[in-house]
Design a protein around this ligand. Sequence first.
Ligand code: AMP
Length: 599
Amino acid sequence: MSFESMISRRLGDPPACDKDAKALQFIEEMTQNADGVQQNVLAEILSRNAQTEYLKRFNLDGITDRETFKSVIPMVTYEDLQPLIQRIANGDRSPILSAHPISEFLTSSGTSAGERKLMPTIKEEWDRRQLLYSLLMPVMNLYVKGLDKGKGLYFLFVKTETKTPGGLLARPVLTSYYKSDHFKTRPYDPYNVYTSPNEAILCADSFQSMYTQMLCGLYERKEVLRVGAVFASGLLRAIRFLQLNWPQLTHDIRTGSLNPKVIDPSIQECMTRVLRPDPELADFVAKECVNENWEGIITRIWPNTKYLDVIVTGAMAQYIPTLDYYSGGLPLACTMYASSECYFGLNLKPMSKPSQVSYTIMPNMGYFEFLPHDPNSSGHARDSPPKLVDLVDVEIDKEYELVITTYAGLCRYRVGDILRVTGFHNSAPQFHFVRRKNVLLSIDSDKTDEGELQKAVENAIQLLHEFNTSVVEYTSYADTKTIPGHYVIYWELLVKDPTNSPSEKVLNQCCLAMEESLNSVYRQCRVADNSIGPLEIRVVKSGTFEELMDYAISRGASINQYKVPRCVSFTPIMELLDSRVVSVHFSPSLPHWTPERRR
Ligand code: AMP
């Protein structure tokens, strides 16, 4: 069978160009020989890192076979590695985890003790990740034609970076990528032309960056063929930005001048090549934006958009209805599955509906193992030790937690993502992203678990002591009806002395006290990114949580085992809670956040 017909049979239409054909062939080769590739990846990682302090601990003695690896190397969490990572952060340059020097830390949106996890990385890792990026458009071109005839309007941002005590950079993975030569000096590719200039993407001030990206996107509205951001929340933030800033944006377009709030010299310089007075365009944009009804605004302003390129799987699924509203139901393409630790794989059918999205893990990216996930297991040590399954041995319909071994030195590291196998592409399995473990609340890249919420409530309760008031029960809800979304905490109070009940002001302060004790990613989203709104407490009538229990029991919950859900989203429960609200309170100011880590 010719390669072309093989691609057509496997993936769809013929490749768009020679470069695409090569990329698609690479996918075929990797996935046809998934197990062989995995074996080589493991051998390569173990042999190059044989002399690291970490591997020497387990006396591998340079052995690189799978069976020995599995029998001697334990599965670990971030907390297990934290002391080693801290030593690297403090400046110890000896080969602790990796034989190759750690080039920087990628700061994960997953946190440990309230701070972003620090993921060590090595220089060559960007070559591997770039390779994965280079596969995305060749796959997309199989399904959407003519993407070389226009541009992508992508809202991409860098965030602040810090240095560890030992002088290594610590920054989010995409900040590292956008600042790398792989991105900045990428060769021209007609299928990958963005409306946003690098200068705007690389500006650390989020207002100036967003303003410029939006302005450029408006100027080139007819060229735009796809609109995107990394996550759905980011694209909605851009829409909200347009709602708030269209008068100034249209003023700039009308006059060909740049908003004086954009002071970054490199942006000012590059915008001289973009800005021109265009009263007709200004009138058009103003007419669309002044309209109260923003339904379908994306396709009205960017009429040639073929799809939205945003991740809407996992926690981002909550934004699908809002995106559908603003885009008039354009296809939502989730192209890849990746993390700070490792990039995992891509979606070979990017036009599939969000609920049907599966990611194919690319076996060359790292060594992947899968911990069977049993939602009913206690996770106690007395349970028999879990057996990890190899990439090609996972079973369809089963759920697993992803465990990775990376070139940068993470060995059998639990990522915390739960995946379900939906099928295979050649011998490489495809996974539906089920959820991240232990995440209760998420609006943007924040992830708040039950323990963090509990701690935040306990912190806030301190303020109620002098009013002899306690919180009888609580639950929470991620409210994404507004942009930005915000956390809602329902409280049932026991006020022991009604003549001395907590004032409005005190309850507002309770909101802030909760925010202060939430993790640094939450506070960064609140303070620096403005991607989460003020936390809200809704005080409900006494007896509400008993009603909630009655409701759950009426639906079959066991009275003995009933536990108050610490997060709710089921509409009838929300309606019950909201109908019992006696007062609402919002955080009066921003919590504390600085780029510096607390530890
Ligand atoms: P970070 O370490 O901050 O880069 O976040 C990585 C995490 O984001 C992953 O472990 C997943 O939990 C989540 N994530 C990344 N890509 C996707 C995706 N395509 N769908 C759902 N969740 C994703």
